[in-house]
Design a binder for this molecule. Sequence first.
Ligand code: FAD
Length: 448
Amino acid sequence: MSTQNITRILIVGGGTVGVGTAARLQSQLNGRHARITLVNPLPHMAYRPLLPEVAAGLIDPNDLVVPLRKVLRKCEVVVGTVTRLEHATRRAWVGTPDGEVTELDYDIVVMTAGSSVREQPVTGGAGQRRSCKTLTEATYLRDHVLSRIAEAAATTDAGERRRLLTFVLVGGGYEGMECLTELDDLVRFAVGRHPGIVPGEVTWAVVEESERILRDAGSKHAVRTLERLAGRGVRVYLNTTAEATGDGHLTLSDGTEVAAGTVIWNAPSAANPMLLDTDLPLDARGRLRCTSTLQVAGESGAFGAGDIAVVPDLTRVDDDPSAVCRATALHAHAQAKVLADNVESAIAGTALRQYHQPNADAGANPGLYRSFAEVRGGGVEGGKARLLHWAYHVARIPGLSRKTRIFSGRLPGQRFRRHLVERSIGGGSATVHEMPAPSGDAGRAKAS
Ligand SMILES: Cc1cc2nc3c(=O)[nH]c(=O)nc-3n(C[C@H](O)[C@H](O)[C@H](O)COP(=O)(O)OP(=O)(O)OC[C@H]3O[C@@H](n4cnc5c(N)ncnc54)[C@H](O)[C@@H]3O)c2cc1C
């Protein structure tokens, strides 16, 4: 396949699928006739489904950091971003943090660079929109929310106090709803520590462009979640878009003006723009076209999975021939195993297996004790679902000590322990210094 019979495997992206695939490949191949190189913009992975818990102060951000070189000891980890890939010549171009571009030749490429955030035609105020897609953003969001409450407690201006205690979530997908409910818990907890503020002063609103929230979940859960939000006094604007943000104000498409101290931007995911600089086949929405064996459609020596790819969902194709796997961590984990096995089979020249994973639908975790988890044919709610969500995701974070630290924070007696120290925020004008942009940050402002 290549010089000296060594197969050069290039893994693009060190997230859930990339790390899972590399870890399995390094133990299965154990250095036999293969060299694995993984390229990721950061030297670590932060497990994304638990970011809302970081934003809520329930998990210390340090506990979620997985150093890639430590868990992928038999792989070469390159810190950088693949900016261009030419599969015809088996070559990738990698931009490194020092501004250099290096070329990497490979025999097999594994595309796992995740998705990006869809840009909205919103004018102004980019720096005032918060997000929860990366560890830095989640940590900053927590500090920002805590600083808003502290500022509200200190001001004597009633209008300013109302604005500081108004929180708006734009985008009612399940990631956003997880953030909202976890942050609502944080706000209630923090407000309880400021005797001058009563919980009734806090306002939450959700702005969703479609006719329902939680579009990826079953309608029953969407309706139940709506009822629970209403019970908590959260205003939900459906079929509405945010037209403009700026100067602490949000203008909605129905003309409503909201003065909000915090706007959490949870725009839907979009195809990773790096795919446009490759010669790989894309679907109409710009996502990587893959087959049920997780090979890139029509290409030999190229594989893909996770949020970057569109993979047929064989568990649903009988009912809907166009069904594809949803962008969830559950699929990401399951696909990583098949991906590693199929890369190994491709090297050995043996048959590849198909990806067929029942029960990999989205689960979500909308706040303490108000979770739901969807399993095929039904769902569970409340504490059971919460436990499922928590146990499932913590079990999948690499490293026993990391798992133990996170779990021990949720033992009886520790349950309400929160990390409430706010850092480096003054008057809501702190600057966040981001490391090289991961997919979720494409094109967005990094500073507030
Ligand atoms: C806040 C939040 C909450 C979530 N909650 C849940 C949940 O409760 N349940 C659930 O099932 N799923 C949940 N998800 C979704 C889940 O996290 C994703 O589906 C999963 O992480 C996808 O894995 P991936 O490896 O495809 O992509 P990612 O984990 O996003 O990894 C992609 C990696 O590729 C890197 N990359 C991007 N571009 C390049 C490039 N050009 N070159 C090199 N590297 C690149 C990125 O920096 C990143 O490290 C949540 C996601 C978020 C953001």
